[in-house]
Design a protein around this ligand. Structure first.
Ligand SMILES: [Zn+2]
Length: 311
């Protein structure tokens, strides 16, 4: 048996020269084992390095994503804060409005309890979402906060609906109130007021149930409030006569007109042109005779004008 039974032959590419090494059985096995072991080690080292590198890359990616997410959440928080500020403004305006139109105030407790849920704005701080925070990220709390303000906004919406309805009713009533003159005072002047006066025909004191506005024939006569034309006709001593029903027990009448523009049943708005000044019926000069009746009784038109009628 040869002492070195194994031979390692090394051939360099492109050269004819061949190197040979004789080696014993044991060293050969040791060399073989060493090569396998170092190969495996190198393989494992590289694998570990690469997986670690991959982990690092993923970590960096996650940190980047996380920063972006936090930025997005902060941006949302900013938007929510703006929304809450606007909501606060609406709530203060609502209080002022209620005061103006004599609606009972909504108690702050109702705003808090009425919307349900116990999340108060203090709990809505998003600091717990930040990386330095010791708190855990609680997106549920974030979502609850948004829900809370959504319900608050909804309550405020219903409250505004109620205010709007009340204002609408009040506006209708206000517009049915004969608050203006039946004629432009730049084109007319009051020639007779409400009460007892010397009758121009009978030469004795007689009750005058309205206001007379003298003006040129043809001057426009205007409805003093919203309503429906109840009469438009020639009516004895009134001459050409228009009567408007404003609802709420209020009626106005306009007499001695030269022309009637509207007919019975017409819907009229305040300030609408309804006829022209004339001298029809029992009248000595062109003028409009104007009366305001409340629950079928004559009342002083001066009590209804929203401006000083002597101006
Ligand atoms: Zn009169």
């Amino acid at each position: 048996m040869t002492r070195n039974p194994y031979r390692i032959i090394v051939v360099k590419d492109g050269e004819e020269h061949i190197r040979q090494f004789s080696i014993g059985k044991l060293p050969f096995i040791l060399l073989f084992v060493f090569m396998i072991a170092s190969g495996t080690s190198i393989f494992l080292l590289f694998t570990d390095y690469y997986s670690h590198q991959e982990y690092q890359n993923k970590l960096v990616q996650l940190q980047t994503d996380n920063t972006q997410l936090i930025k997005k959440i902060e941006f949302q928080e900013e938007k929510i804060n703006q929304f809450v500020e606007r909501l606060d403004t609406i709530i203060s305006q609502d209080k002022v409005l209620r005061d103006l139109i004599k609606l009972p105030q909504i108690h702050d407790d109702i705003r808090k309890v009425g919307v349900g849920g116990s999340t108060s704005p203090e709990e809505s701080s998003l600091e717990y979402l930040l990386p330095d925070s010791n708190h855990q990220i609680d997106l549920k709390a974030f979502s609850r906060t948004i829900d809370y303000y959504n319900r608050l906004a909804n309550l405020e919406y219903m409250i505004y609906d109620e205010i709007l309805e009340t204002v609408k009713t009040d506006v209708k009533r206000y517009r049915s109130y004969p608050a203006v003159y039946p004629i432009n005072l730049n084109e007319a002047k009051i020639s007779s007021t409400y009460g007892y006066r010397r009758d121009p025909f009978k030469r004795r004191k007689q009750f005058h149930p309205g206001h007379d506005f003298s003006a040129d024939r043809g001057t426009h006569v205007l409805a003093t409030a919203d309503g429906v034309v109840k009469e438009s006709k020639y009516y004895g001593t009134f001459g050409n006569y228009i009567e408007i029903d404003h609802g709420y027990g209020i009626r106005t009448i306009y007499g001695h007109l030269s022309k009637r523009i509207v007919k019975k049943g017409d819907k009229i708005e305040r300030g609408e042109f309804i006829g022209t000044v004339g001298n029809t019926g029992r009248s000595t000069a062109p003028h409009v005779h104007y009366e305001v009746l409340y629950k079928n009784k004559n009342t002083d038109p001066a009590n209804y004008y929203f401006v000083d009628y002597l101006n």
